[in-house]
Design a protein around this ligand. Structure first.
Ligand code: NAD
Length: 319
């Protein structure tokens, strides 16, 4: 059986092993594949794995041997699942692997906005402490989270885990979700309308998927409804935020700080409005990427392939 991995590098830059997949057949791993090379590279392969490389209708139809596409991620919008279904090709994804890592990262971004740890350390190394008149100094307002309110938009797996950690820091939670599970409510955590969340949160963390209904959910109108000096965190998907509107709100001081791991176009373009914003932290889509989380992703990819080979595919997204 011929197996091709189109873009293996981000999942396994060398600290994990492909042997779990290799045992199923003749494996070729490409670090990256340009879109115009997909058809050539999957030619004759029964099994194809992709992380972010698009597998189009034309690519699927070009290879009559293709049986299974394993997506090495949760989001599978890069695969034309309808064309795959038409061609009888099973597409599986990895629904959960990084809940703890992404929730931890959302808190890391919030904590960075509260303390600016990296920047203070850089100042010390640059001699600012040595030359300081007092025994301590800080360059930004320092913020204590206990007693403050975190608004969580999208109260699914990652949103709930983020809320649990935030509650351990003494925060109260306002959750907004299309579907409500009242069992998750407590005296420190309750569901509210989006407007109530916007009006009462000291920090807002985005954890809903990118759907037409959520695209641009943070825009000048919703920002206007927020508290002055709010902090915004996005570890979900870049297009949830109208970036020019957030830039303006940061530069006017309406939003005190924002920290995002995702932007509208990735890798980020140098004309992205967020690069012109004050008090803005941007990281290169790494919330998912601790080794523990990538190992879990790898294990589930192997389980998905095993289940397919056994004739009872799991995590199928194009039934
Ligand atoms: P999940 O499906 O468990 O939770 C998503 C929640 O959003 C659900 O409760 C759903 O009801 C809710 N939702 C859907 N539409 C909504 C709407 N219109 N308004 C409000 N809520 C709505 O997903 P998850 O595992 O918690 O992941 C959340 C998101 O995190 C993913 O969609 C993905 O975009 C992102 N993610 C990012 C990284 C990263 O590395 N930065 C890694 C993994 C996931």
């Amino acid at each position: 059986m011929k197996i091709v991995i189109l873009d293996g590098y981000t999942e396994n830059p060398g600290d994990l092993s492909w042997e779990g997949i290799e045992k199923f057949g003749d494996l070729t791993v490409y670090d990256r594949t340009p879109e115009d090379k997909v058809i050539e590279r999957i030619s004759g392969a029964e099994i194809v794995f992709t992380n972010k490389t698009p597998v189009s209708k034309a690519a699927i139809e070009s290879n009559p041997k293709l049986q299974f596409i394993g997506v090495l991620a949760t989001g599978y919008n890069i695969v034309n699942v309808a064309a795959a279904k038409e061609a009888g090709v099973v597409v599986s994804n990895i629904p959960t692997y990084g809940t703890d890592a992404v929730a931890q990262y959302a808190m890391a971004l919030l904590l960075e906005m509260c303390h600016h740890v990296g920047e203070h350390s850089d100042c010390v190394k640059a001699g600012e402490w040595t030359n300081n008149k007092d025994w301590c100094f800080w360059n930004h307002p320092l913020i204590e989270l206990a007693g403050k309110t975190l608004g969580v938009i999208g109260f699914g797996r990652i949103g709930q885990r983020t809320a649990e950690i935030a509650m351990a820091f003494g925060m109260n939670i306002l959750a907004y979700d299309e579907y409500q599970n009242k069992a998750l409510e407590s005296d420190r955590c309750r569901y509210v309308s989006l407007d109530e969340l916007l009006a009462n949160s000291d920090a807002i963390s985005l954890h809903c998927p990118l759907f037409p209904s959520t695209e641009g959910i943070i825009n000048k109108d919703t920002i206007a409804k927020m508290k002055d000096g709010v902090m915004i965190i996005n570890t979900s998907r870049g297009p949830l935020i109208v970036e020019a509107d957030l830039r303006d709100a940061l530069n006017s001081g309406k939003v005190a700080g924002a920290a995002v791991d995702v932007v509208s176009t990735e890798p980020i373009k140098m004309d992205n409005p967020l690069l012109q914003a004050k008090n803005m932290i941007i990281t290169p889509h790494i919330a998912w990427a601790p080794k523990e989380s990538r190992k879990r992703l790898m294990d589930i990819a192997v389980e998905n392939l095993q289940a397919f080979v056994n004739g009872s595919p799991e995590n199928v997204v194009n039934k």
